[in-house]
Design a protein. Structure first.
Length: 317
């Protein structure tokens, strides 16, 4: 069996198979993801597709060349696309579960939320709330399966050691790790990319059984000994070249990836809006504290400490 047939029947037409695309910035990962998207549309038309919009308008305009877009937006945010061969509809949501309820089969669903997040501390509560609902709804069989989720820079969802924005961000990576194998069995797959192997959480990266390798990809010998032996080979790949590694860690010869052009050739994308605690139901608003109440609490504590026979904290054993 030729590798093209093997990829078609063992990956494209087999729901739930996760694939990780690795390579440095500028190595051609976007073209790879478009190539896989095209394969799914052509050979697995029953697959529901969700593309995460990371705010790269060039990428979104390329995606639009492969079918009508159904753009999912948080309430209060908006997007406008002008150009040729771009057909799209928009749906707004307030409940994170609605992202998954509103998915449409036969269209390229686009989750458009990251372009509106300007501060890293807002990224965690917004994205975790949406993907936590994915896990819940998958377990409850409330998703249009088979489902493929394209996510560029997946290390932003499941960061490696020392890469998280905060403790909650790191904890959510653990939640993804705990559920990613179950999602596979429930016919939900990730086609994800990352700049570096160790940028992604260890337990998550080990759950990907297919790899698409671009220039600069490098594997650790302790985790992927068969692939790590070829790190120097991967360093020398050109931007239009890639290698597919199968689950048994055999891999194809160097393959030429079609060049799909640049998105700016097809039009322009304009995002309007900014997610803040004041306008997003996903971010808890800080409650204003009445300083007079704090003074009263302070007086009460001092009174208790100073009264005769008071027990000091930690001395009550």
């Amino acid at each position: 069996m030729e590798w093209q047939d093997r990829f078609k029947y063992e990956f494209v037409k087999r729901p739930g198979e996760h694939l990780l695309n690795l390579g440095i910035t500028g190595s051609g990962k976007t073209q790879d993801l478009i190539w896989i998207l095209n394969a799914l549309i052509s050979d697995a038309p029953e697959e529901t597709i969700l593309w995460n919009d990371a705010g790269k308008s060039n990428e979104l305009l390329l995606v639009a060349q492969f079918g009508p877009l159904h753009i999912l937006l948080p309430a209060g945010m908006d997007i406008d696309i002008t150009g040729e061969n771009v057909e799209y509809t928009k749906t707004w949501f307030t409940d994170p579960a609605d992202v998954w309820r509103f998915l449409e089969v036969g269209k390229i669903n686009v989750l458009c939320i990251e372009p509106f997040i300007r501060k890293p501390q807002y990224f965690t509560p917004v994205v975790t709330s949406i993907f936590s609902k994915l896990v819940d709804m998958a377990h409850d069989y409330h998703l249009p399966i088979p489902l493929t989720i394209f996510y560029d820079e997946f290390h932003r969802v499941a960061p490696g050691k020392g890469q998280a924005y905060d403790s909650r961000h790191a904890a959510f990576g653990a939640e993804i790790q705990y559920n990613i194998e179950t999602l596979r069995s429930l016919k939900v797959r990730f086609v994800a990319s990352t700049h570096g192997w160790t940028k992604l959480r260890k337990g998550v990266r080990s759950s990907f059984n297919w790899f698409m390798i671009n220039r600069g990809a490098s594997f650790t010998p302790s985790e992927q000994p068969k692939l790590a032996r070829f790190n120097k080979k991967f360093e020398k790949l050109e931007t239009d070249e890639a290698i597919i590694a199968f689950p048994n860690k055999t891999f194809t010869d160097i393959m030429k990836i079609p060049y799909y052009g640049e998105g700016w050739q097809y039009g322009q994308v304009h995002y309007s809006g900014k997610i803040t605690p004041q306008n997003s139901p996903f971010i808890k608003k800080r409650t204003n504290v009445d300083r007079s109440d704090l003074e009263e609490i302070k007086k009460m504590l001092l009174k208790d400490v100073l009264r005769p026979g008071a027990v000091a904290a930690g001395d009550d054993d």
